[in-house]
Design a protein around this ligand. Sequence first.
Ligand code: BG6
Length: 761
Amino acid sequence: MVYLTLLTFFGLSFQFINSEHTDIILLGSTGDLAQKYLWQGFFNLYEKHSSDHHTFTFYGCGRSPKHSATEKLNKILDKNVICEKKNCVDQKKKFVSLVSYFQLASEIDFKNLGQLLKNSRSVTKYEAITVIFYLSIPPEFYTRTAENIHKFCYSVEENINFRIVFEKPFGYDTNSAIQLQTNLEKYFKEDEIYRIDHYLGKSVVREILPFRFVRQLNPEIEKLLNNKHVERIEVVLKETVDCKGRFSYYNNNGVIRDVLQNHLMEVLLLVTMELEENGVKIPQQKQNLLKNIETPLSVLIGQYEDYLDQSNDEAPDLAEFVPTFAAALLSIESPKWHGVPIIFVSGKSLNERTSYARVIFKNNIFCVSNCPNMNQNQQIIFHIGHGGLPSPMILVSKYFKTVEFPQGFNTEHNLEIKKQIYGKDFSEFFSAVPINDIDAYSSLIQDAFNGRKESFIDGSHLVDSWKIWEDILKYSTERIPRIYENGDEHNVLDFKIFGSSLEYVKNIEKEDASDSFSPNSFLGRKLVTAESETLYKALATDIVSKISQQNTQKFHIAFSGGKSPIRLFQILAALLSDVSLNHVHIWQVDERCVSRESEDSNFHHLLKNFLSNGHISIPDDNIHPMPVSQIKRNCDLESKGNTIYEQSIKNHIANKQFDYIVLGLGADGHTASLFPNEPTLSLKSYVAMTWKSVFRMTLTLPVINRAKQISVLVTGKAKRKILKTLEKSDPGSGLPILRVNPTDGEMTWYIDSNALSLTLN
Ligand code: BG6
């Protein structure tokens, strides 16, 4: 309780002003992060700083009503706040008595909270008050919440230090990061905003700069941190966990946004930035370095094999090419670092959990006599956690004669590690472990409380750090990731640096071809099957050969939408570049009623990946997008956009017979935008409107089945189930793909090995 002393003297009352108070308001107080780390962090803060002169109040907030949430919150505090020190049970009791739940579901709630905070300040006068709002909520609510906090709970009184803490992600790409920054700046000053990257709170990461700063003691080492001496730098975060429980977040982000753009980049900055010098402060040095980091020269991506199936169960609207593994080759274009390969690696469902940054030095000394260290590269390793070591640690090869470790690190740790570590015996390293290995969130909560902004992400860095990844992010959503088994048992992710690119060591295409049994028909029709990249090439080659067989006679081809054909478009664009395509007409099988700029627009992908490739020469009049872009006019039933498209088909195509149609297959058996058991399946017209999450336009069975060639493209593990169902189903069932039966034409299945394997079991 607040320390208040009332003295009565000659009948007058004096109130001694108590010194300091902190209000902590946690939004998302019963969420995962709060349960695992934040409440413990607040308790540690309370234990360390509460006194008669410094009081605390904690508000756990959320959208749920008070009654049910209070019960949940109490349980969390009871179970998850652990007493580590002796005699802390009483402290915990006091702490819990200072926590109360406050519902924040509407503007009025924010107003009431603001009033409550104000009232509590008017009862007792403090010399200084710190107010920390900690937002552990989904990022889509950041702006609106910030606005409400500013409107109702923000105060500019002199003795109030206001802080607002955000969790990553800070944006989704450069533009959204700028947007978020602009929105936050409307309400708060930069020095009030604390953006958390919890890697900056890890005990070893916190000590990277202090380790380098003791350079008067480590002069040898600091002198060697440059391209003359460093062979390469690796920053790695490997995990054994998969993405269960997080698909709605992960499908939209993938490993590059989740980890490489932030955690790994922050660690790299600390290892390679210039130290504070000649008055240039750390944040400025970081920014200078960020501006010199180029878009990665090369990136490899992978996806663990169960990803699509797991995601399908949890968040069915999946994004197929989400990378769960990435390796990136970066470079810093500064005189100091030019030419040093920097490798980032991170992935889920790998064989071990470990994270580290290591600097590997060149070994360019030819030793002639007495050479115990022959062929050994010297290293400095910031071992952040897990892996083969029992504790976070800094390791330095003993080649360096002496090493000084920062205060707070202990070299007398008596840890005996028998196995090889980072390719060497443990005894070949100097090593030091943190004396207090405090959890990252607890450290950062202390830093936010103490106003130590250097442990947080600076707003001005965000845009530069997103820019580095912009091109890669575009590319990665359209590339098929390499599929790896959980734990990468067969080492398919091993890669090598080859000049300025990374290459997987194993060529799994060849293995697939030789090892696997490939049937040549599926449901009585021709089947082509291979690893996905080969499969796309086979389909593209078939299309190109049919186009050239037609000579100058008109060739009408319709492409269906979705993500699967994107890679096909790219390969086609390469095969057809600089070929005259005056006789080729491009049509759409289906389209969503969204604007052409939207990522959901099928035409958008066709345009971006095929038609707008500068080397494709198709006359504009030969391109026939479905008329959906002016949503109001053509997509509502009355304006009859479908009839316009049907008329266009009849006008242009002799016999109304497409030469080629590329179809896809949905996990529910849909094809084009014809969904199971829908009336559109029995329509006689050629083009129909339908609805599935949005309005769509689609070709119907009568025109599809007239085509000369239909190819059905099926890729990815998520399609295994439906392929199995198709094998067992009656053609008369309501599954649209089973109604595809060209009357005079050919039909071929193109199924990749990931999708097909279950049907063979
Ligand atoms: C988080 C990512 O920021 O960091 C997670 O969102 C990842 O996907 C985690 O698992 C890794 O953190 P740590 O502390 O477990 O290494």
